[in-house]
Design a protein around this ligand. Structure first.
Ligand code: NAD
Length: 368
């Protein structure tokens, strides 16, 4: 594998390979872009089949974080880290503290958080070695479960999409198909129902579906049936790749706006939605509530501030639609363009040297 070739195609600034034989640590930290601020992104632990697979994953995910932060107006860059290992077998205090020390050595260029395979106890170990962690327990000033905020943010995206499609952002005037009623999905259904909307739900977990029906008055539909539901808005809140060649043909939906990551199977699916006039609110702009929520930890966590910040998702999604109209491009491409434009513009204002840094190390003995 030609490492520099790989990294230069993805535009990464820095990729750090972390190894500690005694702790069994094999990890990669990828810093994609820090123009806007420190690279923030979760730590994932996964039994990757090869080092190449782990590298591809961390490069892809860290790049995604750059775009998510940029489009959300946050002063953060994109980063991510992965540990190669099985979370059910290979976790230990030494493993996480060892990684924590590597993260600390980056002096705040990279800030970590929980991701797949990692829980709050693992993060406590990382936190013992570095301050550069967010999403820690509330007793340490952390922000706690981001799901209700992600759901609230998703509703802001829905409003912006309704306004764009129908020139009416009244949630209760439309019907919704929510795929996946886990942490975020359940909260989303609750918010939609509170506005009087008709909501259809599906989930592989029958108890979760029953809860939505009994407690929230949603209507249950089958796992595959969700794609055929006659509703205005599709809210994917479970898996990625659910908007694809096969499902698009079945859609009666006019708007797609949900919390799941990577909803489009590929760019062609996004192009097809655009061609058919189905409004797609790009997932990474809509589901940025979790990232916004942890970003507030830097200034001292405050729920009111968090909620206020989530409301900017309405503006951000609206801006994406404006760029789509301006440049006559699908919304997925418009979101990327909005992120890239912000990085370029803010990068330029940072260009002149402002003279704050010391020119010499303090205390340096010049006569030595
Ligand atoms: P979760 O695991 O709590 O919920 C996912 C739900 O989807 C589960 O109830 C699961 O049973 C269900 N599901 C799985 N396969 C399904 C299928 N084929 N059909 C229908 N339902 C299915 O996860 P979550 O935290 O609610 O996150 C939901 C999505 O939002 C994920 O894609 C996640 O990456 C994304 N997201 C979450 C957050 C957050 O704050 N939690 C932030 C950003 C993005």
């Amino acid at each position: 594998m030609d490492l520099f070739e790989t990294i230069s195609t993805t535009g990464h600034e820095e990729v750090v390979f972390c190894h500690n034989k005694d702790a069994g640590l094999k990890a990669i930290i990828a810093i994609h872009n820090t123009t806007l601020g420190p690279a923030l992104g979760g730590l994932r632990m996964w039994p990757y089949k090869s080092e190449q697979e782990a590298l591809n994953d961390v490069l892809r995910l860290s790049r995604g974080m750059t775009y998510k932060a940029a489009v959300s107006g946050l002063n953060l860059g994109g980063g991510k880290s992965v540990i190669i290992g099985d979370p059910s077998k290979h976790k230990s205090e030494a493993l996480f503290r060892s990684l924590g020390r590597f993260i600390d050595s980056l002096n705040g260029r990279y800030i970590t958080a929980e991701d797949v395979g990692i829980d709050v106890n693992d993060m406590e170990y990382v936190f013992q070695e570095t301050e550069n962690v967010v999403g820690v327990h509330q007793v340490h000033g952390g922000s706690g479960d981001p799901s209700p905020f992600t759901a609230f943010g998703t509703v802001q995206g829905v409003r912006a999409s309704l306004r764009y499609k129908y020139n009416n952002e009244n949630i209760g005037d439309y019907s919704y198909a929510v795929q996946g009623v886990g942490h975020v999905g359940f909260e989303l259904v609750k918010l939609l129902r509170a506005e009087g909307a008709k909501v259809f739900v599906s989930d592989i977990n029958e108890t979760a579906v029953a809860r939505c029906v009994d407690e929230l008055g949603a209507e249950a539909v089958g796992l595959d049936e969700i794609y055929d539901v006659d509703a205005n808005v599709f809210c994917p809140s479970a898996l990625g790749g659910v908007v694809n060649e096969e499902t698009i043909d079945r859609f009666k939906f006019e708007v797609i706006c949900g919390s799941a990551n990577n909803q489009l199977a590929d760019d062609a699916a996004g192009d097809e939605l655009y061609k058919r006039g189905i409004v797609y609110a790009p997932d990474y702009a809509v589901n940025a509530g979790g990232l916004m929520n942890v970003s507030i930890e830097f200034e001292g966590y405050n729920r009111e501030r968090a909620k206020r910040m989530m409301r900017t998702i309405y503006y951000n999604v609206g801006q994406i639609f404006n760029i789509s109209d301006r440049d006559q491009i699908p919304t997925w491409k418009a979101a990327d363009r909005m992120a890239e434009e912000r990085i370029t513009e803010i990068g330029k204002i940072k260009l002149p040297f402002m003279g704050r840094q010391p020119h010499r190390f303090p205390g340096r003995n010049r006569s030595a």
